[in-house]
Design a binder for this molecule. Structure first.
Ligand SMILES: [Zn+2]
Length: 192
């Protein structure tokens, strides 16, 4: 890609790419959160929330993207890499971001209940061996709207199904069906 084009890419451009990932999560029945990792103006990794699909508590969008970026860089050190995520990272993801030596984090919507970049705590402000810089509220409106819509639909589905448990059971059955048929790239086999 031409240098000029690279320079024209900005925070909004990369957050749009993260939003695209969030939509993928939504299509799979997941809470719509997406992330991308950028190095020298190029997206080197993408991830979206896969917690329900793979029933794995650690598969937040950021961690999926970090794992992919480490494979891409053939290194656990993501020096000079920036992460864009549609929702303020949680404690686990903020910790992993420090561990991976990510340079800057840009997030979309704040998460007052679990956000660890200023909402309930700021992990990046702690004295650690690596300092992450961060910027919040990039495309905040779109990033929070996709979540609001998702939860509104889910509440409606709960109501229609009679209970949250009934809706969850139906969603799980639907997910296993989809897993069997999915032509989407499955999660890499190197997961422990
Ligand atoms: Zn997280």
């Amino acid at each position: 890609m031409a240098d000029k084009q690279i320079r024209q890419r900005d925070d909004a451009y990369f957050m749009q790419a993260a939003l695209k990932e969030a939509h993928k999560a939504e299509l799979a029945g997941e809470v719509p959160i997406g992330a991308v990792i950028v190095r020298e103006g190029t997206i080197i990794a993408r991830g979206h929330n896969k917690r329900e699909t793979l029933q794995d508590a650690t598969l937040h969008a950021e961690l999926v993207a970090i794992r992919q970026a480490c494979r891409h860089q053939k290194s656990w050190r993501l020096d000079g890499c920036d992460l864009y995520v549609t929702l303020e990272p949680c404690v686990m993801c903020a910790g992993a971001i420090v561990q991976a030596r990510i340079r800057t984090v840009y997030y979309g919507a704040a998460d007052p209940k679990a956000g660890a970049v200023g909402s309930i705590i700021n992990i990046f402000d702690l004295k650690q061996n690596h300092r992450v810089t961060w910027q919040g509220l990039v495309l905040q409106e779109s990033c929070s709207q996709i979540l609001k819509d998702f939860f509104a639909h889910r509440r409606a589905a709960d109501k229609a199904a009679g209970s949250r448990a009934a809706r969850r059971a139906a969603a799980l059955a639907e997910q296993s069906k989809r897993l069997g048929l999915s032509d989407e790239q499955s999660f890499p086999a190197d997961l422990p």
